[in-house]
Design a protein around this ligand. Structure first.
Ligand code: C5P
Length: 406
């Protein structure tokens, strides 16, 4: 997550079982290149020790406004001034209430109050029992802290330490990292709606067999994540892949090319950009057997007849909205050689304004890739990098090519 490299984050822990997750969060932040200043409330220290947080952050942990180690004896001023953001995780119901009241009787809430608001954003990752979360007092307080400028990252749903199940869990550290990355990403695609296809398709032969390919879906998922981080509203139509849904992305799972086609047709009217990264099977068995094809010992093999699948990208690119420029279409081409020549021809054949070429064997299943962008102005290479990094660069390239937002 290059967005976090060089950032200075004040990580505040208030009292909650989720403090154990903040140790991992601290580790992820430092691994991403951020410096982390941990500040803990007395209640947080009941759940996890400052020793752990000091070892993970590599910095002295602060917990008291009376800490005399600061030469001017003002840790609340010194610690808050150099931050690029303050993140309170876990943020307890009590801590939210304290923020609402502007309490300043312990170091962490004092720092939130004393920070220069226009320069240092405050992000909150709440964590509490579901009844506490749903209580009108908490909801009222959440509305107020947001009105006062804090950004609330939301909560997870699921099993809680108390044994109950519901809303109020702290987001997982990886989810908080995604939220932070988005927070530090310029909103190149703010207000845009992206529809993305990703992964392979699976074309059934019978109930247990089928035809598919080696596409991992990683490039499409990386684009979905980068677009979301850049402020877009993203719908991801995914073939059978083993990837987690990027945070904040609406995902529609499909199997076959025809299911992918139908899902895309249903969503396309609501999109401003269509990015087709899926490796859609060109053909499918003419008819899928209802029962498993059995080997009968005669040595006879089944004869498979194929029919062509719909070309999803070409169909969308020919729609009136795409033709009028209201829907910007991006195709991908996986080639094995002569990338520029083949990808340029594909751009014209599919009638899309932007085609992104890559070398198939060098990208399928890999975590990195190299891209060649081809539009009516010519071509541009995005050299080999991680798919996440390439996706971020592609998002910026895309933003430059879109008509000005209405
Ligand atoms: O024709 P070819 O498969 O090489 O084209 C690749 C591009 O077209 C990719 O963007 C892919 O997602 C899209 N495509 C599609 N539907 C198909 C075949 C390809 O959307 N049936």
């Amino acid at each position: 997550m290059t967005q976090l490299a060089g950032k200075h984050i004040v990580l505040g822990l208030s009292g909650g079982v989720a403090c154990y997750k903040s140790a991992h969060l601290c580790r992820l932040l430092t691994k991403a290149g951020a410096t982390v200043q941990v500040v803990m409330t007395g209640a947080a220290e009941q759940f996890i020790t400052p020793v752990t947080m000091q070892a993970l952050s590599g910095r002295t942990v602060y917990g008291s406004q009376w800490d005399a180690r600061e030469p001017n004896n003002m840790p609340h001023i010194n610690l808050s001034r150099e931050a690029d953001a303050m993140l309170i995780a876990p943020c307890s119901a009590d801590f939210i209430a304290r923020l609402v009241q502007g309490r300043a009787d312990e170091l962490l809430s004092l720092m939130c109050l004393a920070r220069p608001m226009e320069r240092i954003p405050l992000l909150l990752a709440p964590a509490m029992n579901r009844e506490m979360w749903a209580h009108p007092a908490t909801q009222r307080n959440l509305a107020q802290v947001q009105a006062d400028g804090a950004q609330v990252l939301g909560v997870g749903v699921g099993d809680q330490a108390c044994g109950e199940t519901g809303d109020g869990r702290m987001l997982e550290p990886e989810e908080i990292m995604q939220e932070l990355a988005a927070f530090f990403t310029p909103g190149h695609l703010a207000g845009r709606r992206l529809l993305i296809t990703a992964g392979p398709t699976f074309e059934a032969i019978d109930p247990v067999r089928g035809i598919t390919n080696h596409s991992s879906g990683k490039m499409g998922f990386a684009i979905a994540r980068a677009a979301r981080e850049a402020g877009a509203e993203v719908t991801l139509v995914a073939g059978p892949v083993h990837l987690a849904t990027p945070r904040g992305v609406k995902r529609i799972d499909v199997q076959s090319a025809r299911q992918m086609f139908d899902a895309v047709q249903r969503q396309a009217d609501e999109a401003d950009v269509f990015v087709a990264t899926a490796a859609v099977a060109d053909w499918r068995p003419a008819s899928a057997a209802e029962q498993k094809l059995k080997k009968d010992g005669s040595g006879q093999v089944p004869a498979l007849a194929f029919v062509e699948n719909p070309d999803i990208l070409a169909a969308v690119a020919q729609s009136p909205r795409a033709q009028s420029g209201a829907l910007y279409c991006v195709g991908f081409a996986a080639e094995s050689h002569d990338l520029l020549q083949h990808a340029s021809a594909k751009r014209l054949r599919k009638k899309v304004p932007l085609l992104v070429g890559n070398i198939g064997p060098a990208t399928f299943g890999q975590d990195d890739n190299a891209l060649l962008l081809i539009d009516d102005q010519g071509s541009r290479e995005l050299p080999r990098a991680s798919k996440d990094e390439l996706a971020r660069q592609l998002v910026i390239e895309l933003a430059h090519r879109l008509p000005a937002a209405r």
